[in-house]
Design a protein around this ligand. Structure first.
Ligand SMILES: Cc1cc2nc3c(=O)[nH]c(=O)nc-3n(C[C@H](O)[C@H](O)[C@H](O)COP(=O)(O)OP(=O)(O)OC[C@H]3O[C@@H](n4cnc5c(N)ncnc54)[C@H](O)[C@@H]3O)c2cc1C
Length: 401
């Protein structure tokens, strides 16, 4: 595995890091006290600057105005942008749009691409992904109550979803619904594009998460689909292939999540070290002189380095042997990096004492919002069970001395 970063990528990463430091981190105090809609004008201004620097949509296809970076390259970009909650959004790379863009590009009809993919990549509209249901386990997504029943040229959708992230203000939802109840368990559901102004698409509320309901892009909605009627041409990919398509977006999506989390680790680590260096805890002593703090710093540095190398290795595996062969590595990074991030944020917050609990630094925001990393996109336990099963299979019939 080659860790050399090309000259082109070094230049790009240097520009991104400088932009994050100069333009985005100074906006954080405002971001932490204002609503998303109040932030839109300034964020649009920053997005325009990013477009002018030709750094817009790094991971999306060139033919639609993105930079078309490969997986390893975009992983490094996600790390550089992850250190601020404003990074990915400002560079047109935010979830869930990034995943939706990927599947629209791969499975969308020409009409769907022109109508939805192009404006999504251009950052003119936003989207959301609506799969998890209130009454059924998201960990076992083949259990779905939401149905899409054919009626003439339409599908009529009924169901109760929640945690549809960024639905508030989104133009379209990609909804997972059962279209073929008699098929095998993995071929029952389809993905259907639902414009959010369709009658019957009812956004009940933005769910309060750790005390904050959020707004716009930074929110998670509960949605009732009540006789929500969309044309059959809004089917994304073949009917019954919802899970096949979902599988497609999982590998690269996890690399992106994990590298964003590494970016958060780096930021929290920087804050922790700087605070330890500066905080006076006795007339002649700084916090950094305490061995316990030094031990945390060393442990966090090692954990971040290990997690980062695991993600880059998984990305390299996907690129060299493919997603299917890299399934173990993809599951491993999902729970390792989520837990590393949680530990690093917690330690950084602890080093800040009372200040860490306030919104005067970004740490409390990370602490609140990133706890979910151990739940979404496959809870820790689900990945651990899946990895263990895979490993144990390798031992079947194998003699070990
Ligand atoms: C912040 C956030 C954003 C999200 N965004 C989206 C989104 O945009 N779109 C969307 O569709 N969904 C989204 N989700 C939903 C997310 O995918 C689900 O919460 C997740 O799949 C877990 O499902 P659940 O909440 O129903 O928990 P359950 O499935 O009820 O699981 C609860 C717990 O049980 C344990 N568990 C479950 N299965 C097993 C197992 N096989 N073995 C051992 N233990 C197990 C785990 O500890 C798990 O945390 C989001 C969730 C969060 C928190």
């Amino acid at each position: 595995m080659d860790f050399t970063v090309s000259e082109k990528m070094q230049t790009i990463l240097g520009m991104i890091k400088e932009f994050v430091q100069k333009e985005l981190i100074p906006l954080e105090p405002e971001f932490l006290t204002k609503s998303f809609s109040e932030m839109i004008p300034v964020l649009e201004e920053k997005r325009q600057m990013v477009r002018q620097m030709e750094l817009w949509a790094p991971l999306h296809p060139r033919e639609y105005g993105g930079m078309g970076l490969n997986l390893m390259e975009s992983a490094l970009v996600f790390e550089a942008l992850g250190g601020t909650p404003l990074g990915l959004y400002t560079f047109g790379s935010q979830a869930p749009d990034a995943g939706n863009i990927e599947i629209l590009h791969q499975f969308g009809t020409e009409e769907q691409k022109q109508k939805y993919l192009r404006p999504l990549i251009e950052g003119k509209i936003r989207s959301c992904f609506s799969m998890t249901e209130v009454d059924l386990p998201g960990s076992n997504p083949i259990m779905l109550d939401t149905t899409a029943v054919k009626d003439g040229d339409d599908y009529v959708i009924n169901g109760h979803k929640w945690y549809t992230s960024a639905a508030d203000g989104a133009e379209i939802a990609i909804v997972m619904a059962v279209t073929s109840p008699d098929a095998g368990p993995y071929l029952q559901a389809s993905m259907i594009i639902v414009p959010t102004d369709t009658p019957g698409f009812n956004l009940v509320r933005n769910i309060p998460v750790m005390g904050h309901a959020g707004e716009g892009y930074f929110s998670h909605a509960e949605i009732l689909y009540q006789n929500c009627r969309v044309p059959r041409k809004n089917l994304l990919g073949p009917e019954g292939h919802g899970f096949v398509i979902a599988q497609e977006r999982l590998g690269p999506g996890r690399i992106h999540h994990c590298m964003r989390w590494i970016g958060i680790c780096n930021r929290a680590f920087d804050l922790m070290c700087a605070r330890a260096r500066d905080r006076i805890i006795a007339p002649d002593r700084k916090l950094a002189t305490k061995q316990i703090i030094q031990s945390w710093i060393a442990e966090c540095a090692a954990d971040i380095q290990a997690a980062r190398l695991m993600v880059l290795h998984a990305a390299w595996m996907i690129e060299t042997v493919g997603k299917k062969e890299a399934r173990k590595e993809i599951s491993l990074i999902k729970f390792v990096v989520a837990n590393t991030m949680q530990k690093v944020i917690d330690r950084a917050l602890q080093v800040h004492g009372g200040l860490g609990m306030t919104d005067d630094t970004i740490l409390a925001f990370f602490y609140r919002h990133e706890r979910a990393a151990r739940i979404y996109d496959g809870a820790d336990e689900v990945h651990k069970v899946s990895v263990a099963r895979r490993i144990l299979k390798e031992y079947e019939g194998r003699k070990v001395r």
